[in-house]
Design a protein around this ligand. Structure first.
Ligand SMILES: O=C(O)c1ccc[n+]([C@@H]2O[C@H](COP(=O)([O-])O)[C@@H](O)[C@H]2O)c1
Ligand SMILES: Cc1cc2nc[nH]c2cc1C
Length: 344
């Protein structure tokens, strides 16, 4: 297996410290810009310069796929919505495409595993397709090892395209009915917690349906057992082509020294898995928002990531990260343009 999982080099400590010192000298009370100060420090470390430049070339990539478990009553919506939403992305009417246009972010969607041939959509979109849907994770491994490898390589290729285009900040969005179930499993396995702590309502399952979803996640965790201690086995057992590809995009991007803005449950599940595969990846990530999903909140807490927005969003698509882009750019602008208190 040719996965490059050596540790990822850390961002530049000296640039981080210089940014912290500069922020403390600006014309404001120390610490008064809150999380914007943390973001300026993070960007300085990632860019290896103080002050950091304002990220102009922000690129979002949305990875779409279907999930075998979606046939087992874990979502409030039918799986056909995934393919329909891919078409909305092509039309530019999905929430993420609207936000990306507003914030000058270039967005590309790829089908890694949608359960539809997507006839008529532009070719580049299906270029990296691995298969139609993953297997039902509570009954069998969601992917074959060969499919997982192919998906990982697809993610590396997608990252290389973004990096060749001089991306300064990357957002990885997700799309796929049922995907909050594998994401919850990945987080539970990474943190060693039970199904009850990571199961959320996803697209809106409540009451008995939510209890059923918890049981499905528990069954999946029980089926895989100790094998879930290994992050690559976790991806084969619970993942999907789109989730594996996203992990590869994160690791490849971090290794290239380009920062990543995380989104909701799925994005954070991918990041925590990426960190286990290639330690150090998380240092290149900031949290765009706090999703309403309990698994996402728990994982952010464990990773020590403080989300930029807390807006009760639970859409996915990269939407929470896209909504946070103006604040991240503001953080970089402030550390560049504010006067020093001593100069007043
Ligand atoms: O990002 C999140 O935190 C998030 C929370 C709930 C739902 N979603 C989105 O909704 C879909 C999965 O929800 P579900 O209920 O079908 O598992 C998928 O397309 C995700 O992008 C995303
Ligand atoms: C309509 C719809 C749009 C979505 N976008 C991401 N997940 C979604 C789930 C649904 C149901």
């Amino acid at each position: 297996m040719a996965i490059h999982t050596a540790p990822v080099p850390a961002p530049d400590m000296a640039a981080r410290e210089a940014a912290r010192r500069r922020l403390d000298q600006l014309a404001k009370p120390v610490g008064s810009l809150g999380i914007l100060e943390d973001l300026a420090v993070w960007l300085a470390g990632c860019q290896r310069r103080c002050p950091p430049t304002v990220p102009q070339r922000v690129r979002a990539v949305v990875l779409a796929g279907d999930h075998g478990v979606a046939r087992y009553g874990v979502s409030a919506y039918p799986r056909e919505v995934t393919a329909a939403m891919v078409r909305a992305f092509v039309d530019g009417t999905a929430a993420a495409t609207v936000l990306a246009r507003q914030h000058q972010v270039e967005l590309q969607i790829y089908d890694l595993g949608v359960d539809d041939d997507l006839d008529g959509v532009p070719e580049p979109l299906t270029r990296y397709k691995v298969r139609r849907s993953s297997g039902p994770l509570q009954l069998e491994d969601a992917l074959t090892p060969a499919d997982a490898e192919q998906a990982y390589q697809a993610g590396e290729s997608i990252a290389r395209e973004l990096l060749a285009d001089d991306a300064e900040l990357i957002i990885i969005g997700d799309l796929g009915i049922g995907n909050t179930t594998p994401a919850a499993c990945l987080i539970a396995a990474a943190l060693g917690v039970g199904a009850e702590q990571v199961t959320g309502s996803g697209t809106g399952v409540r009451g008995a349906e939510l209890a059923h979803k918890t049981d499905v996640i528990k069954a999946a965790l029980d089926r895989v057992g100790d094998r879930a201690a290994d992050p690559w086995q976790r991806l084969i057992a619970f993942g999907s082509a789109d989730l594996v590809a996203a992990v590869a995009v994160m690791i490849t991007t971090a290794r290239a020294g380009v920062p990543i803005l995380l989104d909701g449950l799925i994005s954070v599940a991918e990041a925590i898995t990426a960190e286990d595969l290639a330690p150090g990846t998380i240092a290149w990530c900031a949290a765009g928002h706090r999703s309403t999903e309990p698994g996402q909140q728990l994982a952010l807490q464990k990773l020590g990531l403080r989300p930029i927005l807390d807006a009760s969003m639970r859409l996915g698509e990269g939407s929470g990260a896209l909504a946070a882009v103006p604040l991240l750019r503001s953080a970089a602008l402030l550390i560049n343009r504010m006067s020093l208190l001593s100069d007043l």
